[in-house]
Design a protein around this ligand. Structure first.
Ligand code: NAD
Length: 474
């Protein structure tokens, strides 16, 4: 996850370069473009935490990239590679991502520079709570200000600690639950958040695979079934992505973790691999699969779709030419450097960019935030009403046709929506609609040669208009 890669081009520079590539296709003045690009607020803190008998000074960040819409939104990661530039780049990506999927937030991101494997649960809790109180002190967290979420190295557990710390420091805030998303259900989380990013990745790639002319160019058939897929990283995003592809009939030919990769032309079962990983501590030596000791080489194996879902800058100018996939789905943030991006585009590989593809997490986080502000579970008001209406409809159909529907049909038709149904359907609609918006720009705007540029144009257009309408202080 280093902010510089084999080419020494920083992740932040990559993001800025991609922005500029797209900016020239938009109609905005330089001033508006510079404002869109700029990181609005940057918080860097150092705080002491007692670890065992020692006092450790922890370095942490929160970047609010854009205030054109509030709150700011973006995950918090725990990693030794965290630095200001990395957090700035990730926060910027969040701004563009939210605009692309029509989520009314500005971008933000946070990071704590630690190796979370080095600490006990209790120590991690102390670090997370202290970080949250720093955010509170500096007004960098709150339902209408800045709303963190899980990211690399964090999960619903850390989000609970953040919520509890925020709520105890803000006892009168009736909307305190909306200060963070990705929470467990019992703490105000929304059903479907855990799998949201992976499911969004699946919906996005499925949509891309549904266009006959695009698939013909790649020499692939339409649809997901039968496609040979490699996934890098079996964490939250990678696991769920792999699972949905497998369920849709794709063949998982390769899986990659930090300590090795496995490959099997006949297809791997992701749950069996996860069980093997839990038992042995890694994915290597999975029965029937070939071991690839160097995980980086896993990316270079033969497949139709390669899905990096772990870290940034894993495909760079030195390995891009060896990528054999016909499509690359960026589930992770920034897995390609901009140089690698150019190489893959020249090779005719269809790259589906992170700023669109992994937006499922923030989309469902938006649903969670809305749920917290409305203080009511999705489906609670309409489920029974819908079921009663469907019931009446079936009765009318049966009495006018003189025919009876089967018990199974009745059960299927009579089901009103639960929270999970509404969340999944809202996510599916978002991913399909946004892909079509981006593809429209890609296919209709002269000179636009890749989906990433099209996605950036889409984001800049929306944010630019927002700044224009807000007006700039004289
Ligand atoms: P995670 O911590 O749950 O999982 C990361 C996985 O990658 C782990 O299994 C880890 O062992 C593995 N890994 C680490 N180094 C690796 C290497 N060199 N090769 C292969 N695998 C390696 O993190 P996550 O939440 O799944 O996030 C993964 C990526 O997706 C990050 O780039 C993150 O920013 C991005 N993302 C996450 C979300 C979300 O909702 N969690 C949303 C949008 C984007």
């Amino acid at each position: 996850m280093s902010s510089t890669n084999a080419s020494n081009q920083s992740f932040f520079e990559s993001v800025q370069r991609n922005f500029e590539k797209a900016a020239k296709f938009t109609r905005f003045d330089r001033g508006i473009l510079d404002q869109i690009k700029a990181c609005n607020s940057i918080l860097r803190v150092k705080f002491p935490v007692k670890i065992g008998n020692e006092i450790e000074v922890i370095e942490a960040y929160r970047v609010q990239h854009s205030h054109h819409k509030l709150p700011c939104k973006g995950g918090i990661r725990f990693s030794l590679e965290v630095d200001q530039e990395e957090v700035m780049a990730l926060a910027a990506l969040m701004t563009y991502k939210c605009a692309i999927v029509n989520v009314p937030f500005g971008g933000g991101k946070g990071g704590i520079k630690i190796d979370s494997k080095k600490y006990s649960d209790f120590e991690l809790e102390k670090i997370t709570r202290r970080y949250t109180s720093e955010l509170c002190k500096k007004n960098f967290i709150g339902p209408g200000i800045d709303v963190p979420a899980p990211d690399y190295g964090t999960s619903s557990r850390e989000m609970t600690w953040i919520l509890d710390t925020y709520a105890s420091l803000n006892p009168n805030d009736i909307n305190a639950q909306a200060c963070v998303t990705g929470k467990p259900i019992a703490q105000g989380g929304v059903r479907g958040r855990a799998e949201a990013t992976g499911l969004g990745v699946f919906f996005g790639i499925r949509e891309a695979c549904s266009f006959q002319e695009d698939m013909e160019k790649l020499g692939l058939p339409v649809g997901i079934a039968g496609k040979r897929v490699i996934v890098q990283g079996l964490g939250n995003v990678g696991y769920h992505t792999a699972k949905y592809f497998q369920e849709a009939g794709a063949k998982l030919v390769g899986l990659i973790e930090y300590n090795g990769a496995i490959y099997d032309e006949n297809g791997l079962d992701v749950d069996a691999v996860q069980a093997h990983r839990q038992k042995t501590g890694g994915i290597l030596n999975f029965p029937g699969a070939i071991n690839i000791a160097d995980p980086a080489e896993g990316l270079e194996q033969s497949c139709d779709i390669l899905i990096p879902a772990a870290l940034e800058s894993v495909i760079h100018k030195d390995n891009a030419n060896r990528i054999q996939a016909k499509m690359v789905g960026e589930a992770a943030n920034g897995p390609l450097t901009s140089e690698a991006d150019e190489i893959l585009n020249k090779k005719g590989i269809l790259v589906i960019p992170d700023i669109y593809l992994n937006a499922g997490g923030v989309t469902v986080s938006y649903f969670e935030w809305l749920k917290n502000l409305s203080h009511v579970r999705y489906g609670r008001l309409e489920k029974r009403f819908s079921e009663n209406m469907y019931h009446e409809l079936i009765d009318i159909i049966e009495s006018t046709t003189g025919k009876k529907v089967s018990e199974l049909e009745r059960k299927t038709i009579l089901r009103g929506p639960d929270e999970i149904d509404l969340v999944h359907s809202g996510l599916e609609d978002t991913m399909i609609g946004s892909y079509r918006e981006i593809r429209d720009i890609y296919t209709s705007q002269e000179g636009v040669k890749d989906l990433r540029t099209a996605a950036f144009i889409c984001a800049i257009n929306k944010i630019g208009v927002s700044y224009e309408q807000l007006g700039i202080f004289p």
